[in-house]
Design a protein around this ligand. Structure first.
Ligand code: ZN
Ligand code: ZN
Length: 76
């Protein structure tokens, strides 16, 4: 298991499919009034702030990995 998927499981609590969606969703355009997500480890958007609080050191990388994984697991 890579360090990133370990982080996703233990720090982002991605046990449910809804959690996986929540992790990747920050990469989508933000809702009006929300802090937009930035492609950096110290991003100030809400989910990144929560993730760093949960001892993830780079929420952006986790979100990118999660999005990539969920895209590649889609049935073609
Ligand atoms: Zn963010
Ligand atoms: Zn993480």
């Amino acid at each position: 298991m890579t360090q990133r998927s370990k982080c996703l499981q233990s720090n982002h609590k991605t046990a449910q499919i809804t959690d996986l969606i929540r992790v990747a969703q920050r990469l989508d355009p933000p809702l009006p009034g929300e802090h937009p997500h930035r492609s950096r480890s110290n991003c100030a958007c809400n989910p990144c702030t929560v993730d760093r609080h949960n001892t993830c050191e780079n929420p952006h990388k986790c979100a990118v990995k999660q999005k990539h994984d969920s895209l590649s697991s889609l049935p073609s």
